[in-house]
Design a protein around this ligand. Structure first.
Ligand code: HEC
Length: 112
């Protein structure tokens, strides 16, 4: 193999690594899910399924972020593990996906 062929080969190998890295990176960025946040994902569920029992004047206010953050472990427990919130007689239930989403929100640090 001549020197020039060898150098071209090296250049090709190095080049394709960076192309693959680039593609890989771009694809991963596309696949990465948006972070679950209180404001966009969780609050609408609470608003639909937890009011009026946990509204502002009930002494159980889970609609504001600070309280939800402080109570996050209980929220996950009651909605995803024990599944007794909202109570079974309540019409506006959470779907399984929504319960999972609340759990994931808590697990990821309960972001605002
Ligand atoms: C029909 C009324 C009602 C609805 C709807 C309801 N809750 Fe509750 N919730 C209660 C009552 C009453 C309590 C207090 C008694 C108890 O702990 O079981 C409570 C307690 C809780 C607690 C425990 C509080 C603590 O400090 O330990 C959590 C967490 C909770 N609810 C979350 C929710 C979430 C989240 C929703 C909506 C997905 C919801 N609840 C919907 C009535 C309701």
């Amino acid at each position: 193999m001549s020197n020039i062929t060898f150098m071209l080969l090296i250049a090709f190998i190095v080049g394709s690594f960076s192309v693959f890295n680039y593609i890989d990176h771009t694809l991963n960025e596309d696949v990465e899910p948006a972070p679950i946040t209180y404001t966009t994902d969780v609050r609408p569920l609470f608003k639909r399924s937890c009011l009026p029992c946990h509204g502002p004047n009930t002494g159980r206010n889970w609609l504001d972020y600070d309280t939800a953050y402080r109570k996050r472990i209980y929220i996950k427990f009651r909605t995803l593990i024990k599944k007794d919130m909202p109570p079974s007689y309540w019409k506006k239930q959470l779907s399984e996906e929504e319960r999972d989403l609340i759990g994931q929100w808590v697990d990821a640090g309960a972001k605002e």
